[in-house]
Design a protein around this ligand. Structure first.
Ligand code: CMC
Length: 428
């Protein structure tokens, strides 16, 4: 058996042997298939449903088996035994740190959490009701003007410092976006605290001299950040890579990723789950709701995934985190509805046949709500967690000799060669 594809073009009768490498064929080889003087065959794939855009060694997903690994390490083990900053190191550097490397990394991140005072004034200029995601996106984009050296993406030391800055400052910007809508003063970072404790302090500190987060809450948030840290070539990562391929600075590329995440089809499903659970209200209403879903009237939000055709491994871990958080905050009354809904759906033939299982968003909104985050903040939390993943993918992109500026083809469907008639003649 040879690893190639033989294609016969029935327009011309010509045959082409196209090599198969890593389960893919090169689109450029398809372009060699020509009839007459046409520019060559292209592949039409809206949404990149079956197109590989890069080689990557960051994250592995097997959707059929429900497997997610960062740099080869299973998400379950990382969530249980690692920390968000160690996972961030792993994603960025490709391997786990030694004790010295880890300490230096944590030190660097901790001491870059502050932002220039003008960033604060800039953020204070937003309207009182500005969406925190809009504020986060704009302020991360604005960082490129504070660090113009970030444009020097060919220099490894320079890339490193921008990566550290972004991972470090993201919680500061996220927390300030949250405080802004509440009319509360922005809280400066506290370098004595861990990454997540510091974030909680910047979110919730009032007049106390030191904010002491409940360690169970800090741990649960750390686990949530780990679960969101990367997910290979999803919409926002593709946006970071696409914008980054123009060789722009990493702040501008990540701001594009935040913009993509802002959309309801990407970062916003957990909010939809909460709304759905509230509408169902109690366990007795579940059977009627399920019948409505099966009749095609609506979707069971938080179920199903383009890639996972099995239980989303992140959802299993979040279910456990729910227990830890609710131990502190008291049980969210919607948990009972969610659990019963999951139980009924997993036994129902409609969902079994279509391989619809809970995804990461089914339980995460319940935790965020218990932590007293308004729904607009859910995606900001996602963005903070996803930052190391975006940056690891960006780093891979800028060092990948095979990458080019992203420039898809189109199938042109408009008019051609019209004669322009000046306005005064058309309107006469
Ligand atoms: N409830 C009811 N039926 C569903 C659902 C659902 N949540 N999801 C898929 N189906 C059905 C769908 O109607 C179709 O049935 P049929 O074959 O009879 O037409 C079949 O399952 C296949 O669905 P699809 O729409 O072709 O699948 P997709 O891969 O295009 O969509 C999805 C994936 C995540 C958009 C979809 O499952 C969905 O809308 N889920 C609810 C929203 C949600 O929870 N989104 C969060 C995704 S996880 C976040 C992340 O990782 O970024």
């Amino acid at each position: 058996m040879t690893d190639s594809l033989t294609v016969r073009d029935n327009r011309t009768g010509a045959e082409y042997d196209i090599p198969i490498t890593d389960g893919t064929i090169r689109a450029a080889d398809i372009g060699k298939i020509k009839a007459d003087d046409d520019p060559g065959l292209a592949v039409y794939d809206p949404g990149f449903v079956n197109t590989a855009s890069c080689r990557s060694s960051v994250t592995y997903i097997d959707g059929e088996a429900g497997i997610l690994e960062y740099r080869g390490y299973p998400i379950e083990q990382l969530a249980e035994k690692s920390s968000f900053l160690e996972v961030a190191y792993l994603l960025i550097h490709g391997s786990l740190p030694t004790k010295e490397e880890y300490d230096a990394w944590v030190h660097e991140i901790t001491y870059h959490t502050f932002v220039h005072e003008n960033v604060k004034s800039f953020m204070q200029g937003f309207r009182y009701d500005a969406h925190p995601m809009g504020m986060l996106m704009a302020s991360v984009g604005a960082l490129s003007t504070f660090y113009p050296d970030a444009r020097n993406i060919g220099d490894a030391d320079n890339r490193h410092i921008q990566i550290v800055r972004m991972i470090a400052k993201m919680p500061t910007l996220g927390a300030w976006s949250f405080r802004h809508a509440q009319g509360k003063p922005y809280v400066y970072p506290d370098n004595d605290l861990t990454y997540t404790e510091n974030f909680l302090s910047m979110l919730f500190k009032m007049s106390e001299t030191k904010y002491a987060a409940d360690p169970r809450i800090a741990k649960a948030l750390d686990v949530l950040f780990i679960l969101h840290a990367d997910h290979e070539q999803n919409c926002s990562t593709n946006a970071v890579r696409s914008v980054g391929s123009s060789q722009v600075d990493p702040y501008s590329a990540v701001a594009a990723g935040i913009a993509a995440l802002y959309g309801p089809l990407h970062g916003g499903a957990n909010e939809a789950v909460l709304k759905m659970l509230r509408r169902i209200g109690s366990k007795e209403n579940i059977p009627a709701f399920i019948e409505g879903v099966k009749a095609g009237n609506e979707r069971l939000m938080g179920f199903g995934h383009r890639v996972y055709k099995n239980y989303d491994p992140r959802a299993k871990i979040i279910k456990k985190a729910c227990d830890d958080v609710f131990e502190v905050t008291g049980v969210n009354p919607l948990l009972e509805v969610a659990q019963e809904l999951e139980k009924i759906a997993l036994e129902d033939e409609y969902f079994v046949k279509r391989k619809l299982y809970p995804n990461v968003d089914f339980y995460s909104g319940l935790i965020y709500e218990a932590l007293e985050f308004p729904p607009e903040m859910f995606t900001v939390l996602f963005a903070i967690g996803r930052t190391p993943g975006w940056l690891a993918q960006w780093l891979e992109l800028v060092q990948d000799k095979e990458q080019k500026i992203a420039r898809p083809k189109q199938i042109y469907t408009g008019e051609r060669t019209l004669d322009f008639v000046p306005a005064e003649e058309r309107w006469a």
